[in-house]
Write a protein that binds this ligand. Structure first.
Ligand SMILES: Nc1nc2c(ncn2[C@@H]2O[C@H](COP(=O)(O)OP(=O)(O)OP(=O)(O)O)[C@@H](O)[C@H]2O)c(=O)[nH]1
Ligand SMILES: [Mg+2]
Length: 400
């Protein structure tokens, strides 16, 4: 722009439309300060400043859109690579950062997308009780207790066992505890739809009265208790443990299922500060001291998350799974095994000790089940049926 043209514009600045003034400023030909010095009206100055701010915001929005798009791509990549938890995906869906269509378009299998939809929509608020509020367990059943640290897979295993018992038709109708039945139905339904149980909150317990039918059509009534793993963190002088011991203090026969988290043990970067190889023997000792073992018919040492060690530690080992579980136990939990053997001797050698592998199947996003592994669950259900109390003449209909 020539000096003459510039002067002309400045002299006539109050006759020029705001839009043109903005363009001149934007092109760097004349500054706003120069317009002000030349006497631009207060009103036009205000308009120019406002328009400049608006343009700036619009440009920023465009930048934001690009950043959001970039972030969305990063999240989709994490989903494709499985490096994200279902809860995080739920958060992204809720704040509309991604959609289920984006997940489908990225190539995630429809079955998994459906499970994610269910996970994101399900209320997942299950009534649970403090140990004092649990209804007392019915006498004349076999008590089945799942013992394991937080995240070891107790609730998932209960869901897996009930699910297989239901789908193979051995779960009988049992209405002794209605709230437990609701909990049981939810666990079965969630798993069928590909969703694992949520972590059991601290101080929350559930009691399920369930019955299994055996090959001779005899009913095996069970008391199953799902506990928060936190209960077992610190056993000595723990008020919660005392309450729990009081709760299970009945004359029923018992099966104890020690849920060993094989993954946790292998992975030294674990965030569980409690060492299972110390905690389990302590629990066993306290059960012995409190008379629980005197009523125990069987202890199952279950090497859980077996899929994980099968893929890593035993990737090239073609021994049967049962042998591998025993090998794992001998290597990593020998003291627990020896403590169980000693406890058996203490209790007239009447406790059966069994070692078994278990895996719920392959999992995505921490909580979504890709494929349900049935055989491990079937084996454990069969063992429970073998080791549990029978009600004479208790044949029943199949649970639907
Ligand atoms: N790889 C693998 N992971 C599993 C398996 N079972 C459970 N998990 C994982 O372990 C997590 C914890 O399982 P839960 O069943 O909630 O464990 P829990 O023992 O009930 O834990 P608390 O309720 O906190 O005491 C699950 O969300 C899964 O991510 C399995 O068979 N294989
Ligand atoms: Mg749990």
């Amino acid at each position: 722009m020539t000096e003459i043209k510039k002067n002309n514009i400045l002299i006539n600045c109050n006759t020029i439309p705001v839009k043109n003034i903005l363009d001149i400023i934007k092109n760097g030909e004349i500054t706003l300060d120069e317009f002000i010095t030349a006497g631009l009206s207060q009103e036009t100055i205000k308009d120019v400043v406002l328009m400049q701010a608006k343009v700036k915001t619009e440009t920023k929005t465009q930048e934001d859109i690009e950043a959001l798009e970039k972030q969305k791509q990063i999240n989709i990549d994490k989903i494709i690579k499985g490096k994200i938890f279902a809860e995080e995906i739920k958060g992204l869906i809720n704040k509309k950062a991604i959609t289920f269509d984006d997940i489908s378009d990225a190539g995630v299998a429809p079955k998994i997308v459906n499970a994610l939809k269910y996970y994101c929509s399900a209320e997942k608020i299950t009534r649970s009780y403090s140990v004092e509020d649990l209804p007392s367990m019915e006498e004349g059943r076999t008590d089945v207790y799942f013992v394991g640290l937080k995240g070891s897979g107790k609730s998932t295993m209960i869901a897996g066992l009930l699910n297989i018992a239901h789908s193979t038709g051995v779960l009988l109708p049992d209405s002794y505890h209605a709230a437990g039945l609701t909990f049981q139905t939810n666990l079965i339904q969630d798993l069928t739809r590909g969703v694992l149980p949520l972590a059991t909150p601290s101080g929350s317990y559930n009691y399920i009265a369930a019955s299994l039918n055996d090959a001779n059509n005899k009913r095996h009534p069970l008391n199953i208790v799902d506990v928060p793993g936190e209960l077992y963190n610190s056993i000595q002088d723990n008020a919660e443990v005392s309450k729990f011991l009081k709760y299970i203090n009945n004359n029923n026969k018992k099966i104890l299922i020690f849920v060993i988290d094989s993954l946790e043990h292998e992975n030294s970067s674990s965030n569980n500060t409690y060492d299972q190889s110390v905690v389990f023997p302590n629990i066993l000792q306290i059960f012995n001291a409190n008379g629980v073992l005197a009523k125990t018919d069987a202890i199952y040492l279950v090497v859980n998350k077996f899929d994980a060690i099968k893929d890593s530690k035993y990737a090239y080992d073609d021994r049967p799974n049962g042998d591998l579980a025993l090998d794992f136990l001998n290597q990593d939990f020998l003291s627990l095994k020896n403590n169980c053997l000693a406890a058996r001797e203490d209790n007239k050698n009447s406790i059966k000790i069994k070692v078994m592998p278990f895996s719920i199947g392959s999992i995505s996003y921490g909580s979504i089940l890709n494929t349900l592994e049935k055989d491990f669950a079937k084996t454990i259900v069969n063992q429970i049926t073998k080791d549990s109390f029978v009600i004479r003449g208790g044949a029943g209909k199949v649970f639907n």
